[in-house]
Design a protein around this ligand. Structure first.
Ligand code: F6R
Ligand code: MG
Ligand code: MG
Length: 364
């Protein structure tokens, strides 16, 4: 059976400030998606949230970029926005950048990661969702999962994975993609994806049979709006086991809380802290950035789950390290590299400050 898994997310109002989600919004989303399921539009759904971001996880048979599915997500976010407005939640409807839906949710504001696949005899999938960061945050873990044998033993040991994986990388400034075959293109790819705000891994495929392995959301909210309106807190879908990396290999990179951009005002660097669902409330200095992992078994299109994959003491040390790193980097205050590089700050007051000071600069 061919199934499409669509994960569509938006920040349509925070509780309190940008730190969390009001339960009423999740209930509203569940009510809307239940109706769609009863009408036969979708096979199954699950509503989750990380920080102030609401994720609609849906299965159906309509393929990627389906107008009806995208409209369902858009209308659901609109309904939630109505609730958010009633409660005067913070930034109600902030990611719905246009007034009207026009066929496809891409370019409208919500983030989206979709994959279509032939359901295997057993189909374990992990959906990662992050807040206070951007899609480039997935580059390092995706490389480790699908390209690094020190992380993924299966690249060496499993004959089905030994041919390696193909990575599709997006240049967000040129809006072009380039494919890399690992392991032989490893160094060329790393030269690019180390620049996480410029080159973003969009998709990963198995090389032996071309099967889709991972998809990330790559929308750039700031650019779409023509100015800074918030980060595009990203989602990532990864298939696992039997020719794909094992669940433990998929989770392993997150035991290292690597530095990502997007903390406080989208303008700071901080560690990505892996947390259980109930701990996904970035509060200290609006952070530090959080990631949750929802595990599902997909059965005839039904979402069996989720299992809260970071609700495990083996990630305690990563959380502790992230707190120590936060203490350390916070002491830099407005100094780089805690604050983002000047080029990344162009939607803030900095250009205005430079303009104001223009005549005070003197030649020497
Ligand atoms: C939002 C975020 C927050 C806000 C900050 C200021 O996702 O990361 O750190 O940027 O709370 O928010 P405003 O400008 O809405 O007062
Ligand atoms: Mg918000
Ligand atoms: Mg957010």
């Amino acid at each position: 059976m061919k199934v499409t898994l669509s994960v569509i997310k938006a920040d349509i109002g925070g509780y309190v400030g940008h730190s969390g989600m009001h339960p009423r919004l999740m209930e509203t989303a569940e009510e809307e998606l239940k109706k769609a399921q009863d009408d036969g539009k979708i096979l199954d759904f699950h509503v989750l949230r990380v920080g102030d971001d609401l994720q609609l996880i849906m299965t159906h048979t309509k393929g990627r970029d389906d107008e009806e599915i995208h409209k369902l997500a858009w209308d659901t976010f609109l309904k939630c926005t109505e609730e958010a407005k009633k409660l005067k939640l913070y930034g109600a409807g902030q990611d719905l950048l246009k007034d009207a839906f026009s066929g496809n949710i891409k370019g409208l504001g919500p983030g989206i990661a979709e994959m279509e696949f032939e359901e295997r005899p057993s189909e374990p999938v992990i959906i990662f969702m992050a807040d206070k960061t951007s899609p480039g945050a997935w580059n390092l873990p995706l490389y480790k999962i699908f390209g690094d044998p020190f992380n993924t033993a299966g690249l060496v040991i499993d004959p089905k994975m030994h041919d390696g994986f193909r990575f599709r990388v997006l240049d967000v400034y040129e809006n072009k993609v380039v494919d890399f075959n690992l392991p032989e293109d490893t160094y060329d790819m790393l030269a690019l994806i180390g620049a996480t705000e410029h080159y973003i891994i969009k998709e990963v495929y198995r090389r032996d049979n071309g099967d889709i392995a991972a998809v990330s959301s790559t929308q750039k909210l700031s650019m779409m709006a023509g100015r800074y309106v918030g980060k595009d807190d990203p989602v990532l879908v990864v298939r696992s086991q039997s020719g794909f990396p094992a669940v433990g290999e998929v989770l392993e990179p997150f035991a290292f809380p690597h530095l990502v951009t997007g903390w406080m005002r989208g303008s700071h660097i901080g560690p990505l802290m892996p947390v259980a669902f109930h701990e996904a409330n970035p509060s200290r200095f609006d952070g530090p950035p959080r990631v949750i992992a929802a595990g599902f078994q997909i059965a005839e299109g039904k979402l069996i789950g989720p299992r809260d994959m970071f609700d495990d003491p083996s990630f305690d040390e990563a959380r502790r390290t992230a707190n120590i790193m936060s203490d350390y980097i916070r002491r830099h205050g407005p100094f780089e590299p805690h604050r983002l590089h000047l080029q990344e700050m162009e939607y803030t007051t900095l250009p205005q400050v430079l303009k104001k000071l223009k005549d005070r600069f003197k030649g020497i």
